[in-house]
Ligand binder design. Sequence first.
Ligand code: HEC
Length: 177
Amino acid sequence: MTMIHPQHHVASPTKLGTVRPTTSVVAATLLLVGTLVLPGCETDLSGGDDFTVAYNGYLNKCANCHAPQAPGKASDTEKTLDFTSADTARSTLATGTASGLVGNPAACNGVPFVVAGKPGQSLVVAVLDAEARKTFDLPSHPNCDNDAITDMGLKLGGAPDAAALAALKSWITAGAL
Ligand code: HEC
């Protein structure tokens, strides 16, 4: 707070020359700074809402294959994820690890779908984001890399839009609750 120069936040800087920075000027400045900072805080705290945005905007379609009775489910489909509802999607993503993968993707068996606070190390982001796939690197599973991780957007017939992907990442950054 002491680093902030009041004149950056006061509409007419010329007044500062004649009026000493009174308590009310300082209070007004703090109020203004508070107003600018608060929306960011709210975004950080709304993890639950972020997940709902991601689910309703995109992840619900993953249920075509990742659900107990999914029509698109095959013997080689990853077996832990359940996208039947927003609740099952949230809990299987937040607490589950990949299982039942065969062939090249088998290198990712046992990898958590989400590392709370770290979207870049979260497998669910890596299956949707080419950049995250390229840099994915978990010391515990060195072979779960760009060659092993499948592009799930491709399986779905389209990548997530920027808003859905951003919401998923914010949910993870905020702790994946
Ligand atoms: C057409 C069926 C299908 C759809 C739709 C689908 N998946 Fe998959 N998913 C699979 C199969 C099959 C595998 C097993 C690995 C493979 O085939 O590459 C898999 C594996 C995974 C894995 C394990 C990581 C890996 O690379 O194997 C994750 C995570 C995953 N899917 C998430 C999703 C998400 C999130 C969506 C929705 C955006 C989705 N899947 C949509 C069929 C599907």
